[in-house]
Design a protein around this ligand. Structure first.
Ligand code: PEP
Length: 247
């Protein structure tokens, strides 16, 4: 049985004052039935994880470098995230793929480093508007999964997030049939490559304009084990509504 996961990606938002949102979430969900993960900017990982302490929310990074240390100005190694209190890291988000030209190979190397450091890698995939219009969605997803996910994964160290690029931050959401089709496809791809045991234990998240008002419907879709949430994870009141829909 896969445990549901509500993951929030704060992106480049938040300062120390924003940690009040974490207090509000902890107060609203003292013993959640699902897992909760918040990925703040790197500057807040340590303070957030200290603030949560033994509480039921995990802290994660939004990226890591593939190397454990060295001359990489501005980058953060997976082991540094662990040292700061993170248990997860988002990798291959479409904004990283676009803004930093990250390739599937880059994402795979980062995922290897993350897993070696003891982090759960939340690997993102998703098609652009043009790719969906050209009916290439499943081909794109298949290529991203094959290229971005390393070989040594398990249900414990990997989560896959399906995030159609055209749905991120736009308020546009695929139909439930479209979400179901891609999640079923990802599940089948994972089972083929890693065997049924691992393939069925990896959690699949949907991401792209998830809100409290559409969460119930999205979470009822087969093979959707939770959500990766951007904008609606910034305010405890919104994220709480999504967590409640999963609980
Ligand atoms: C995201 O960036 O991962 C995301 C899903 O953003 P939003 O929820 O704002 O669409």
């Amino acid at each position: 049985m896969r445990k549901k996961l509500a993951a929030g990606n704060w992106k480049m938002n938040g300062t120390t004052a924003s940690l009040a949102e974490v207090d509000a979430l902890l107060a609203a969900h003292p013993a959640p039935g699902c897992e909760i993960l918040l990925c703040p900017p790197a500057t807040l990982v340590s303070a957030m994880s200290a603030r949560i302490g033994d509480g039921p929310i995990h802290t994660g990074g939004q990226d890591c470098h593939a190397e454990p240390s060295g001359a990489h100005t501005g980058d953060i190694a997976a082991g540094m995230l662990v040292d700061a209190g993170a248990s997860h890291v988002i990798l291959g988000h479409s904004e990283r793929r676009q803004d930093h030209n990250e390739s599937d190979k880059d994402v795979r190397n980062k995922a290897k480093a993350a897993i070696a450091a003891g982090l759960v890698a939340v690997v993102c995939c998703g098609e652009s508007d043009a790719e969906r219009e050209a009916m290439n969605t499943l081909e794109i997803i298949s290529g991203q999964l094959a290229g971005s996910i390393p070989d040594n994964v398990t249900g414990e160290n990997l989560v896959v997030a399906y995030e159609p690029i055209w749905a991120i931050g736009t308020g546009k959401v695929p139909t439930l049939d479209q979400i179901g089709e891609v999640h079923d496809f990802i599940r089948t791809q994972l089972e083929r490559r890693f065997g049924e045991g691992v393939g069925r234990s990896v959690r699949l998240l949907y991401g792209g304009s998830v809100k409290p008002s559409n969460a119930d419907d999205i979470f009822a879709v087969s093979n959707v084990d939770g959500a990766l949430v951007g904008g609606a994870s910034l305010k405890a009141a919104d994220f709480s509504g999504i967590i409640t829909a999963l609980d």
